[in-house]
Design a protein around this ligand. Structure first.
Ligand SMILES: *[C@@H]1O[C@H](CO)[C@@H](O)[C@H](O)[C@H]1NC(C)=O
Length: 376
């Protein structure tokens, strides 16, 4: 008897550990945080990833954002939704050198811009420079681009964006430019050449006094689906390109923006609580990108900073959440953060899926008179 009882205990213990250690064997069916050996093991919307600190072994983690428009509706103002934002979206690991000289600079992302957009990224932070008689995306210093810091001509990225907007007529993309272009109308020229001007959201429709933005449904109907901000104030007047901090508050970027419990505006931005600006951007990435720790930064820490910045911004949730290595996380990462923000912004819930349920109350909640007898 004693032996068989020991055997039962053994099998229970073994069973528990055995199941948690063995890889999920349902090809294409492994769920969040189940073990995997390749991306194909994971359900759609997940990929197989190992975070050195947070996860033991490789697990299925999220790789896509919930599309808040399709899931709930398009009927709220643009500033009542959240958009996943990639910091230095163009500084992509493995991007071949275009100048003939090996590049010597940091990278911040691993996917192409097209992949980022397909995974639900809706705002791109890009650094634009005069270089080689053209406008280039470059990761540089002192406002000057060099052979060793250049990534690619801006127009190539703009063409990827044009292809996405053309194939996805209900999507809106925001570009946030750290703009070092001094050539007169340099940006306007490449936007025209790329075919993106037809999607231009005019500065005249952007509210400057803290009012709501136009409805997303109106922006789509008017085909004004490209929102562009520059860091150069004078381009509002000369090129009609909106000066970012007339419309948006933004916290400090880099290490200065990662101090627990603090959410201060960056120097160019008005104070976070200035509700005269209708949009809120939260940065959360380190000054020197280290991809091995990005999964930790992009998980619980990120959610914590979004709460901190909510309070700092006068009880306003972020519209843009900007990260490095956006797919790296311990599970939900920036995708879960964006779903949470959309839930809070759109219907005051913890997740955007709850807003979708509120939209169909008659299907999902029994009426008060029938609760006791008819459980749905
Ligand atoms: C769209 O969704 C929001 C959030 O759930 C809701 O408040 C709003 O009433 C909906 N609008 C329409 C027209 O259904």
């Amino acid at each position: 008897m004693g032996l068989s009882r020991a055997a039962i205990v053994f099998f229970i213990v073994f069973g528990v550990f055995g199941s948690s250690l063995s890889a999920c064997s349902r090809v294409g069916g492994c769920k969040l945080l189940e073990e995997c050996s390749s991306d194909d093991d994971c359900e759609t919307g997940f990929y197989c990833f190992s975070c050195f600190e947070g996860l033991r072994g490789s697990r299925c983690v999220r790789s896509t954002v919930t599309n808040q428009f399709k899931l709930v509706n398009y009927s709220l103002p643009f500033n009542k939704y959240a958009y996943l934002t990639t910091h230095n979206a163009y500084a992509i690991e493995g991007e071949p050198s275009r100048t003939g000289v090996p590049r010597v600079t940091f990278t911040n992302q691993e996917d192409t811009v097209t992949q980022q957009l397909n995974n639900g990224v809706r705002a791109l932070m890009l650094d634009t420079y005069d270089f080689e008689g053209d406008v280039w995306l470059c990761h540089s210093r002192g406002g000057k681009c060099y052979d060793i810091t250049a990534f690619e001509p801006f127009i190539e990225t703009l063409r990827e964006i044009e292809a996405f907007l053309s194939a996805n007529p209900s999507e809106i993309i925001t570009l946030i430019l750290e703009d070092y272009v001094r050539a007169p109308h340099g940006l306007t020229r490449v936007f025209k050449e790329s075919g993106l001007r037809k999607y231009w959201f005019p500065k005249s429709r952007m509210p400057r006094d803290g009012r709501d933005w136009p409805l997303v449904s109106d922006m789509i109907a008017a085909n004004q689906r490209l929102v562009v901000f520059t860091s150069v104030p004078s381009k509002e007047r000369t090129e009609g390109i909106a000066y970012q901090w007339n419309y948006m508050v933004e916290n400090q970027y880099g290490d200065g923006g990662m101090r627990d419990g603090r959410c201060r505006n960056r120097a160019e931005s008005a104070a976070m609580h200035d509700t005269g600006k209708s949009l809120v951007l939260v940065n959360y990435f380190s000054s020197i990108p280290v991809k091995q720790v990005a999964c930790v930064h992009n998980s619980a820490e990120l959610l914590g900073m979004l709460e901190t910045c909510y309070a700092a911004a006068g009880n306003r949730w972020a519209n843009f959440v900007a990260v490095d290595y956006y797919k790296r996380s311990e599970g939900g990462g920036p995708f879960e953060a964006t779903d949470t923000l959309n839930g809070r912004l759109m219907c005051g819930c913890d997740d955007v899926h709850a807003c979708a349920q509120q939209e169909r109350p008659q299907l999902l909640q029994p009426s008060p008179h029938t609760t006791s007898t008819h459980k749905l």
